[in-house]
Write a protein that binds this ligand. Structure first.
Ligand SMILES: [Zn+2]
Length: 295
C-alpha cells in the first residue's frame, strides 16, 4: 500500500491519536488512498514509518477486502443506471435497521479486529442527511476500542457541524500546504507540504482558474465574465471542476456557501439538460456575484 506525496499528512497520521478524522479536499487529491494507507500502517506488523508491504495484513491490503478496512459510499447511480442527482448515504448503511440487507458500519465496528485496528471510512460525509448523521452520532461519541473512523468530504463546512465538531480535520489540497485542525492536534500547529517546483499538475492550473474566478466575483462585471469564460473552458476538460469550486466556495461565509452550492447545483442541472454552457455559466456568475455582495 503506497501513498505518494502528502508527506506532512503522513507525518501527522503517524502520531495522531484522535478516534475520528475528517479528511477534506477536492476529489481525486488522494483522500481515500490516504485513508487506506493509514489503515495499512495501523495494522502493519513491522511498526515502521510505512506499511511494510510484506506482513499478512499488508498483503491483504493489496486485495480489495482487508477484514479490518471498510468504506461506505453513497449510491452515485440510480437503480435504472442513471446518475443519481441526489446521492445520499442511507441510515441502514451506518446503523442496523430492521429488514435491511446492509451490514451497518456501527455493527461492523463492534466486532473484534482481525489484526490490530478496524478502520471505517465514510466517503462522502457531506452526503449524510440529518437523520443518518444523528443515528451515527452515538458511534462517533463512544467509538468501540481499537477503531478509527475517517470521514471524507470536500470541506469542513460541507459537513454537518455535529459531525465536524467531533473530528480532527486533515486538509488535503493540491496547491496549499496540508493543514490540520481540531483539539487533539492543535498543539501540532501547521505542516507545510508544498508541491514540487515545476510539477505540471492539472489541478494546480484549475485551482488558479477557480481562485481567479472567485476573486473576480467581488470585482466588476466585465472581469467576472472574463474569469467565467476561462472557467468554462477548464470545466469542459476537468471532471473535478465542480468539486474544487465547491470546496473553494466553502471558504466564504456559511450563508454564501449554502446558497452558492444551490446555484451550482442548478448550473449543473442546466449543463446536463444540454442548455448553452456559456449562458449557464453567465447565470451562475450573476447569481454568485449577487450572493457574495449580500454576504
Ligand atoms: Zn506490514
Amino acid at each position: 500500500m503506497q501513498l505518494y506525496g502528502h508527506d506532512s499528512a503522513k507525518a501527522l497520521l503517524r502520531i495522531v491519536r484522535a478516534h475520528t478524522l475528517l479528511f477534506t479536499g477536492p476529489e481525486k487529491v488522494g483522500r481515500r488512498q490516504a485513508a487506506k494507507w493509514f489503515a495499512a500502517l495501523l495494522n502493519c506488523a513491522s511498526q515502521g514509518l510505512e506499511p511494510c508491504g510484506m506482513c499478512p495484513s499488508c498483503r491483504l491490503f493489496e486485495s480489495p477486502d482487508h477484514p479490518d478496512y471498510r468504506e461506505v459510499q453513497a449510491d452515485m447511480t440510480t437503480t435504472t443506471g442513471r446518475q443519481n442527482r441526489r446521492p445520499e448515504i442511507r441510515i441502514s448503511q451506518l446503523v442496523p435497521r430492521p429488514g435491511s440487507a446492509d451490514l451497518a458500519l456501527s455493527h461492523w465496528l463492534e466486532a473484534r479486529a482481525s489484526f490490530k485496528v478496524k478502520v471505517a471510512v465514510i466517503d462522502g460525509a457531506h452526503l449524510l442527511n440529518l437523520s443518518a448523521a444523528n443515528a451515527f452520532l452515538k458511534t462517533l461519541e463512544e467509538p468501540p476500542s481499537q477503531t478509527r473512523i475517517i470521514l471524507i468530504a470536500p470541506s469542513q463546512q460541507a459537513v454537518l457541524p455535529t459531525l465536524a465538531s467531533r473530528a480532527s480535520i486533515v486538509n488535503f489540497s493540491p496547491s496549499k500546504p496540508v493543514q490540520i485542525s481540531g483539539n487533539p492536534l492543535a498543539r501540532l500547529g501547521r505542516f507545510g507540504d508544498k508541491p514540487n517546483e515545476g510539477e505540471d499538475h492539472p489541478a494546480y492550473t484549475l485551482n488558479d482558474t477557480i481562485e481567479g474566478y472567485v476573486k473576480s466575483l467581488k470585482s466588476n462585471l466585465e472581469d467576472a465574465f472574463e474569469a467565467a469564460d476561462a472557467l468554462e473552458k477548464s470545466w469542459e476538460s476537468s471532471q473535478d471542476a465542480s468539486d474544487i469550486l465547491l470546496a473553494r466556495l466553502s471558504q466564504e461565509t456559511p450563508y454564501f456557501y449554502q446558497h452558492a452550492s444551490q446555484a451550482l447545483e442548478r448550473f449543473e442541472d442546466a449543463l446536463s439538460s444540454y442548455s448553452s454552457s456559456h449562458l449557464a455559466m453567465q447565470v451562475l456568475t450573476l447569481e454568485l456575484r449577487s450572493l457574495i455582495q449580500k454576504s
